[in-house]
Structure formats: C-alpha cells, structure tokens
Ligand binder design. Structure first.
Ligand code: PLP
Length: 352
C-alpha cells in the first residue's frame, strides 16, 4: 500500500505465477514448461538476430511471424494477431472483446489469470461449475452472456473437449465472442482453428510457451475473423506498438517452421505422460485423463499440500492450488523420463 497508488491499483488482486526458483538443482514440474529446449533452428535464428540491426525498432506488425502462422494454420495473415506471450493476447482480448454489458462466463476451475483480467478491466463475470468429474459441460452455458472463455484442454484439470462440442456451442451462441485458450492443444486435442472460417465470433488463442519450448521468449497469438483481429490491433496499438522484439519474431518463425522437432518433442512428452499416469495410478493416485503436458492427480490418503512440501524437500517442485474443490490435487508437469522417474521414486519414498 502506498498513498501514491491510484484507487484502481489499490483494489487489484494480481496473478501469482508458479515459483521460478533461483537455485538450479531443482526438478521443476510446477509451471508446465517444456522439459526439452527449443529447436536448434530457433537458437540459430536468435544468434543471427544479435546484430547491429538491434538499434532499429522491430516490425510493429510482425508480418513475417503472421505469415508463418497463417501458412501453418491455413488462414490468411489478416486472421492472425500476435502478442508478447498469450497472456498479453488474452489481456487485449478481455479488454477489447470480452468487456460487455452482460457478464462474461468461464469455468469455476480454470486459468486463474481470467478473474485477474476481469478485475483489471472491470469486467463482470460469472463462473460455470465444472461437473463432478471436472469436465466443462457446454450445454449448461447460457446464451445470455457477454462472452465465453475457457481453455481447451482445460487447466489445471488437463481434460479436453472434442471439437464437436465446441462447434455445438458456436451454433447456439452466435451473438457474443467465444474464446478458446488452446495453450495445451498440441499435446492431445483438436484445435478449433479449423472452425474460424465459419464462425465470425470465434477467437482461438495459442502460445509458443509450452509445445514450442519458448516460455522465455514470450510469444502468443490469436486466430479469428479479421474483424476480431482488427479489434485486438486497435487495443495493441493503443498500448504498445512493438510488443514483439526482433528476437521474439525471428525465434518464433524458426520454431513454427521446424515441424520435425516439434513433433518429436510433443510425442516424447505424450509418451512420458502416459507412462507417468500408469505409475501414479499404481501408487494409489486418482489421475484425471490428461490431454496436456501435465497431470492433475489426487492421492487416496495423503494430503496434497503436504505431499508438495515433502517433494520440495526432495528438490522437486509441483503445483498445489489452495482453492476449493481442487485442494486435494497436485498439478504435475511432465518432465523428461528421468525427471518423471525421480518424481515417482520420491513419491514412493514419501509414501513408505
Ligand atoms: C501457460 C498458459 C497461458 C499463457 O502462456 P504465455 O503465452 O506464456 O503467456 C495461457 N493460458 C493457459 C491456460 C496457460 O496454461
């Protein structure tokens, strides 16, 4: 608190990101980063960008990156918006498209940044409860709304909805914007980008932080009808005309173009996930079906918060949310096979 703060700043409840430890000897399974480094082609592109040209501003429209994403997803560059991490893309989306007279709807258990943006931009919202088995039931979402947003696959549950259910929602809900936050889609879901052409109120948001191993570079994007994209551009150009620097643009283009590396690392994570799920089940965990690079698991008898503390003592960090309905669960990022094995060994030790 400070007397120099505005009234608005006084009332904010900022997002609390997962810990980024200052020591390096930890097995970090708490923020859903990719255990594999970015493509070697990304590193080459970044080295090439470290040059005299850094004195010049980057392309304010990041045309090269928009074109690469447009080619990859088979849309036109006018359907593409890019930002400094998908968090920034989401922030502009909340302000530019989801702030309406009627309340925005999102699930009660979901990405915890959504209520923070609502607070920042004074957006009214209501939460739609997940089912008992932590599924999003879109048939329950009222068409009277100021917009709808949810992650697919959902975080932190990891559960995915089939594209057919999203399309049914879009057929019913034609008057407000529907945003699908696909941060984890490459690990097991079917993207809604294919629906963008037919539904002018659909915006799909993705990130290069997870499946492209570039959390440190901060690149996210949205794909939607050009009218939605133009709205986002208006917000962006009233906020920061150069959100992506030269490194981010070049690195992201190289990442999108390296399809073999992308497939290889995604497949490795999916295989490790499937193996870890079986091992956790063997240790008496209830594990939700995951289409992501993390699992959401609850032990039959051991308290989740205590487990997290004991794992931390063994140099492994996982995420525990002290939130109603999910306080008995741990969200565990999929690491390399060695990291997953270290986790399983540590849990066996703790349970013994
Ligand atoms: C990680 C994550 C994001 C944010 O990703 P950045 O691009 O790193 O800002 C957005 N939504 C969900 C659901 C996420 O898990």
């Amino acid at each position: 608190m400070s007397r120099f703060w505005s009234a608005k700043v006084n009332e904010l409840t900022p997002y609390v990101p997962g810990e980024q430890p200052k020591v390096s000897n930890l097995i970090k399974l708490n923020t859903n980063e990719n255990p594999y480094g970015p493509s070697p082609k990304v590193l080459e592109a970044l080295k090439a960008e470290a040059a005299d040209t850094l004195r010049l501003y980057p392309d304010p429209n990041a045309e090269q990156l928009k074109q690469a994403l447009a080619d990859y997803y088979n849309v036109s560059p006018r359907h593409v918006f890019v930002g400094n991490g998908s968090d920034e893309v989401l922030a502009h989306t909340f302000q530019g498209l989801l702030k309406q007279d009627k309340p925005l709807i999102f699930p009660d258990i979901s990405y915890s940044f959504y209520p923070v943006y609502c607070g920042l931009y004074d957006i009214k919202y209501t939460n739609q409860l997940l089912t008992e088995s932590f599924e999003i039931d879109l048939s329950q979402y009222p068409t009277e709304n100021g917009g709808i947003i949810f992650p697919n696959p959902n975080a932190p549950t990891g559960r995915v909805l089939p594209l057919s259910e999203i399309e049914s929602l879009l057929k019913r809900n034609t008057e407000t914007v529907v945003v699908i936050d696909e941060a984890y889609i490459d690990f097991g879901g079917e993207s809604a980008i294919s629906l963008v052409e037919n539904y002018p109120n659909l915006l799909v948001v993705q990130t290069l932080s997870k499946s492209r191993s570039l959390a440190g570079l901060r690149v996210g994007f949205a794909i939607g009808h050009p009218a939605l994209i133009d709205g986002l551009e208006r917000v962006k150009n009233s906020f920061n005309s150069y959100p992506l620097d030269r490194f981010a643009i070049s690195g992201a283009v190289a990442a999108i173009k390296d399809q073999p590396y992308f497939e290889q690392t995604c497949n490795a994570i999916i295989e490790s996930r499937n193996a870890l799920v079986e091992q956790l089940k063997g240790l008496n965990f209830d594990v939700l079906p995951s289409a992501t690079n993390f699992v959401f698991a609850r032990h039959a008898t051991h308290d989740a918060g205590e487990l997290a503390v004991k794992l931390r003592e063994k140099s492994i960090i996982v995420r525990h949310f002290k939130q109603e309905r999910i306080q008995h669960y741990l969200r565990i990022t999929i690491g390399t096979n060695e990291e997953c094995q270290a986790l399983v060994d540590a849990i066996k030790d703790i349970l013994a």
